[in-house]
Design a binder for this molecule. Structure first.
Ligand SMILES: Cc1ncc(COP(=O)(O)O)c(C=O)c1O
Length: 260
């Protein structure tokens, strides 16, 4: 599914791995509707994997996943989800939602330094891995080797683990547990709502589709005639408030605000 910069990036990544990709696209700022996903699944002979971005950082959209997951199962495809901007800030019910491969990051809602990508694979995904007749093209991201290194009873060396990062992640998770995951999610919602209300009270327009807005990231349209770089620099230098610039094709119209 492509409704933003990171959906596009997944397409690019998959194509570089030799996958034949069929994109289901939506406006950058809208969700991808289940009907659009089903129309593509119906049309293709066999889809091996349905991939969606849960929280599209480039637009501020929270993609609904449950219907999509059901469709993936119905059409015999694995379901992969990028939860980079949602894990720790929105509900991510990997097993309940039937996600087969879910990956995230440490550096966003978990407030940890960057450097690791937490990843989970369902038994179905592991079975597909085991049944492969050819080696995975990437040595570095060969999940079967990673499985042997991280999870198997007889562990086999694959890479040198970034131990400091693992300590950092452990601490970040401990802080999350101390706060309580539900409280952390509620905190993101409260701050996100406050920010959105304030932005709208200033007469600015939010970009993401109403009802599907991230609490972890708020995207705002820049009014015409405004030099956003100047404003962003001023906010950063004078008030310590950093606003990210737009990404990809929304570079000109969109900025996202990350409350600190
Ligand atoms: C939704 C999403 N996916 C993937 C990435 C890529 O993560 P990284 O920058 O850690 O490679 C990002 C980064 O912001 C993201 O927001």
């Amino acid at each position: 599914g492509v409704n933003g910069f990171f959906g596009e990036r997944m397409v690019d990544t998959a194509q570089r791995c030799g996958a034949e990709v069929v994109s289901v696209s939506a406006e950058w700022g809208s969700i991808i509707e289940p009907e659009a996903i089903e129309a593509v699944l119906k049309k293709q002979k066999k889809v091996k994997l349905l991939a969606l971005v849960h929280a599209e950082t480039s637009t501020g959209v929270l993609q609904p996943l449950i219907e999509a997951s059901k469709l993936a199962k119905q059409y015999g495809a694995l379901f992969l989800v990028d939860t980079v901007t949602s894990l720790g800030g929105h509900e991510v019910a990997v097993d309940d939602w039937g996600i087969d491969i879910c990956f995230s990051c440490t550096q966003k809602c978990l407030s940890c330094p960057p450097g690791l990508s937490p990843l989970t694979a369902s038994q179905t995904a592991l079975d597909v891995l085991k049944a492969r007749s050819k080696k995975v093209q990437s040595w570095y991201l060969d999940l079967s080797m990673l499985y042997s290194y991280w999870c198997a009873a007889n562990r086999i060396y694959h890479h040198t683990a970034p131990i400091l990062m693992i300590y950092a992640l452990h601490e970040a998770l401990a802080v999350t547990v101390e706060e309580g995951l539900e409280n952390a999610i509620q905190r993101h919602l409260n701050h996100g709502n406050a920010l959105k209300s304030g932005v709208e009270a200033m007469g600015l327009t939010l970009h993401a589709q109403e009802g599907h807005r991230l609490s972890t990231l708020t995207s705002v349209r820049i009014p015409s005639g405004i030099d956003d770089l100047k404003i962003r620099k001023g906010l950063l230098n004078e008030f310590g408030i950093e606003i990210g610039g737009g990404l990809g094709s929304l570079n000109i119209v969109l900025k996202y605000l990350i409350p600190r």
